[in-house]
Design a protein around this ligand. Structure first.
Ligand code: AP5
Ligand code: ZN
Length: 217
C-alpha cells in the first residue's frame, strides 16, 4: 500500500497508522516523530525544529521532503509500501511527493482525510500520553495505559509532548487550516481521496478505513 493520512492535530493519524502498518507490512513514516527524535538527540536540525514545533509552525518544505526521500530510498521496511503520517502538509510538499513517486514509477493508492471538528481536539491533545521511542500514543481518559504512565509493551515511562497544550494547539490548528487544508483540495481533485469521520471511536474509524481498502481491491 502507498498512502497518506491527512488530518488536524489529534485527529488520530498516529493511532490508526500502526493498524495499517500491521495489515499491509508497510513502513509508517511520521514526520512529527522523526523531528522529535532529532530534538531529543539535540542535532542542529533538532534544535531549529524544536522552536518551530513549540510555536505550532512548520519546518521548511526542503527539509521535510529530504527526510521523506531518504526514508523511501533507504528504509527496507518501505519496500512493501508506506503510510505517510503528517506529510505532505503543504501544497509544495504534495507536488514534490508526486514527482518523487513518478521518478520511481509509483503512485499513491489512497489519500485519506480524517475529518473532525476543532472543538473535539482540545480534549484529545491535552490528555495524550506518548511513548517517545516507539511513537505509541495513549490517552488519560479515552485510551489509558494498563499501568499508570507506563507503556504497555516496554513498561517505559510515558510523557506529554511539549506542544500538547491548549495554547500551542490553537496555533497548530491555525497552521493546519492555512497550509494543510489546501493539500486536502489538492487530493480531492484526484480519485484517490476519501474522507472518514474521525470523531467516532478508534475501532469505528478503523472499520471505515477497512471499507476504503476493500473498495480498492
Ligand atoms: P505531528 O507530530 O505530525 O503532529 P500533528 O499533526 O499536530 O498531529 P498529532 O500527532 O498531534 O495528532 P494525531 O493525528 O497523530 O493524533 P493521535 O492519533 O496521536 O507534527 C508535530 C510538528 O512537527 C508540527 O506541528 C510541525 O511543526 C512539525 N512537522 C511535522 N510534519 C511536518 C511537515 N510535513 N512539514 C513541516 N513541519 C512538520 O491522537 C491524539 C490523542 O487522541 C491520543 O491521545 C489518542 O489516544 C486519542 N485518540 C485518537 N483517536 C481517537 C478517537 N477516535 N477517539 C478518542 N480519542 C482518540
Ligand atoms: Zn501524530
Amino acid at each position: 500500500i502507498r498512502m497518506i493520512l491527512i488530518g488536524p492535530p489529534g485527529a488520530g493519524k498516529g493511532t490508526q497508522s500502526p493498524k495499517i502498518k500491521e495489515k499491509f507490512c508497510a513502513c509508517h513514516l511520521a514526520t512529527g516523530d522523526m523531528l522529535r527524535s532529532q530534538v531529543a538527540a539535540k542535532t542542529p536540525l533538532g534544535l531549529a525544529a524544536k522552536k518551530i514545533m513549540n510555536e505550532g509552525g512548520l519546518v521548511s518544505d526542503e527539509i521535510m521532503v529530504g527526510m521523506i526521500k531518504s526514508e523511501l530510498d533507504n528504509n527496507p521496511e518501505c519496500k512493501n509500501g508506506f503510510i505517510l503520517d503528517g506529510f505532505p502538509r503543504t501544497v509544495p510538499q504534495a507536488e514534490r511527493l508526486d514527482s518523487m513517486l513518478a521518478e520511481r514509477n509509483e503512485k499513491l493508492d489512497h489519500a485519506i482525510q480524517l475529518i473532525i471538528d476543532d472543538a473535539l481536539l482540545v480534549a484529545r491533545i491535552t490528555g495524550r500520553l506518548v511513548h517517545p521511542a516507539s511513537g505509541r500514543s495513549y490517552h488519560r481518559i479515552f485510551n489509558p495505559p494498563k499501568d499508570d504512565m507506563k507503556d504497555d509493551v516496554t513498561g517505559e515511562p510515558l510523557i506529554q509532548r511539549a506542544d500538547d497544550n491548549a495554547e500551542t494547539l490553537k496555533k497548530r490548528l491555525a497552521t493546519y487550516h492555512q497550509q494543510t487544508a489546501p493539500v486536502v483540495d489538492y487530493y480531492k481533485k484526484k480519485s484517490i481521496w476519501r474522507g472518514v469521520d474521525a470523531s467516532q471511536e478508534p475501532g469505528q474509524v478503523w472499520q471505515q478505513m477497512l471499507k476504503i481498502f476493500e473498495e480498492k481491491k
